[in-house]
Design a protein around this ligand. Structure first.
Ligand SMILES: Cc1cc2nc3c(=O)[nH]c(=O)nc-3n(C[C@H](O)[C@H](O)[C@H](O)COP(=O)(O)OP(=O)(O)OC[C@H]3O[C@@H](n4cnc5c(N)ncnc54)[C@H](O)[C@@H]3O)c2cc1C
Length: 459
């Protein structure tokens, strides 16, 4: 059987659904293909469920700290993982249903359940149907990378996806990978009551960040009892009874960690290997990311790639921004492009790290004259009042243009406060826009003007 459409969308991640809605509204006949769960990673195994779990972990931690606030909870804090998981499943499930209902309700949309594969540049097969269209949008996302670690085939391991099925507290969780996903799971499971060891191959956690950030991340985690093993340059895995042992150094047997469960959090690979891209002539790089231009067009006219599969971003907001760029170019005569965006993201440990633009190291590498200001959260009134004073704020500014080059707000509400600076960066306004503004007392953002009055040369 074959069917003709104006557009085909493969995958319902963070870009596909809003694009399907816009195209349908514009009167185009749209086919939407999803092989598994509506809403993709963010909704089912990524942002929404993990931040729901982070919220439970935060509640447990605050309950433990209740006496510090003069609150007596009358007994030991106990985490009921079945209820933690049920809450997570409920919130993620409602979000998934909302996406499915939305897609099925589109005036000009038709939903196909199944794995889509190109048969040519203008046709995609799903089950026994051949769908044809002049425009095809790929939003197939990525999946957890399973590294080629000797012995891994002998042991049971978890990934960020299978972690979603856990309804118990592991006795000792070994997390391989000290970046965003590994750190969030590591702190969360420590707060749920597990012993946790994070194993990282580099000499510091979340190595792309500045040294002061990575050092503070480590201090925060270690203060809660998370063990951190760095410089694990040669990792191996082996089974020991019901337990798993991770070797950290191929030359030294003594450098080992033994635990009850193993979580691999070492990155993701794009879902482009079983998409029939060769039949469409769509080019990928050597990792498998689909090559796109500044407006997310592939090398084949009429085919676009959006979200994690194009390697231009690995976040929900970058995928959603991809949708906005494609929709603006196609439907609004507005030539938006990827290079217009300023990189921003958060690390959702507690306290969170909000980041925008360059790190201090990148500013230094760029060779420009820059200024920097830092302030510990212990000198932010609102943080003191809340009893959450870990972390610091840091902003880098171009000495000549006065534009903000980058910032790290690492502390309570840092994931929100960073947007004050981000929007000023988008406006290409000088930092004095913030330093002369009057902010609300008592807030964390209230200290940004003061911080920017304390700039000194970045050395
Ligand atoms: C543990 C974890 C936590 C995260 N936390 C955050 C966070 O806090 N903030 C943030 O911004 N980002 C976070 N991310 C990243 C974020 O989830 C992704 O960047 C986001 O989901 C964007 O994905 P996407 O739109 O590219 O596609 P995805 O969401 O991955 O969706 C792709 C969809 O395509 C479907 N599909 C794939 N191949 C086919 C095919 N051939 N045929 C039909 N359907 C197909 C899949 O089933 C899936 O539904 C997190 C990720 C993980 C793993």
């Amino acid at each position: 059987m074959s069917a003709r459409f104006d557009a085909i969308i493969i995958g319902t991640g963070q870009a596909g659904p809003p694009l399907a809605a816009r195209l349908s509204e514009a009167g185009m006949k749209v086919a939407i293909i999803e092989r598994k769960q509506f809403g993709g990673t963010c909704v089912n195994t990524g942002c929404i469920p993990t931040k729901t779990l982070v919220a439970s972990a935060y509640a447990a931690q605050l309950a433990r700290r209740a006496p510090e606030y003069g609150v007596d909870i009358g007994g030991q804090v106990r985490v009921d993982m079945k209820r933690v998981k049920a809450r997570k499943d409920d919130i993620a499930g409602r979000s998934r249903e909302a996406v499915e209902t939305w897609m099925r309700g589109l005036a000009n949309g038709t939903v196909y359940l199944g794995h889509g594969r190109f048969e040519s540049a203008h046709s995609v097969r799903v089950n026994d149907e051949l769908l044809e269209a002049e425009k095809i949008f790929i939003n197939v996302g990525a999946r957890p990378l399973v590294p080629p670690m000797p012995g891994l085939d002998q042991v049971r391991y978890l990934t960020s996806s299978s972690m979603m099925e856990i309804d118990y507290v592991p006795e000792h969780l070994i997390v391989v990978g000290g970046s965003y996903v590994g750190l969030e799971f590591g702190q969360m499971y420590r707060r749920f009551g597990a012993k946790v060891t994070i194993v990282e191959k580099f000499d510091r956690l979340i190595a792309r960040e500045d040294e002061d950030v990575t050092r503070t991340v480590k201090e925060i985690l270690e203060a809660e009892g998370v063990a951190v093993r760095l410089k694990a340059e040669c990792m191996t895995a082996r089974k020991q009874g019901e337990r798993v042992v991770i070797g950290l150094d191929c030359a030294e047997d003594s450098r080992e960690v033994e635990g009850s469960h193993l979580l691999l959090a070492v990155g993701r690979v794009p879902n482009t290997d079983d998409l029939g891209l060769d039949k469409a002539g769509v080019e990928t790089d050597k990792v498998g990311y689909i090559k796109v231009d500044d407006q997310l067009r592939t090398n084949v006219p009429g085919i676009w790639a959006l979200g994690d599969c194009n390697g231009k971003g690995a976040f929900t907001h970058t995928s959603y921004n991809d949708y906005e760029i494609v929709a603006a170019n196609l439907l609004d005569n507005d030539t938006r492009k990827v290079s217009d965006r300023i990189m921003t993201y958060a690390l959702f440990i507690d306290p969170p790290l909000g980041r925008a633009g360059m790190t201090a190291a990148q500013v230094q590498d760029s060779g420009r004259q820059a200024l920097v200001a830092t302030r510990p959260m212990a000198r932010v009134g609102r943080a003191v009042e809340k009893g959450e004073t870990q972390g610091f704020m840091k902003v880098m500014v171009d000495a000549q243009s006065k534009e903000i080059l980058g910032a790290a707000i690492f502390g309570v509400t840092g994931d929100e406060v960073i947007h004050v600076l981000l929007d000023v960066m988008y406006a290409k306004a000088p930092y004095t826009t913030v330093s002369r503004a009057m902010h609300i007392h008592p807030t964390v953002a209230e200290l940004l003007p003061t911080l920017l009055q304390e700039l000194r040369p970045l050395e």
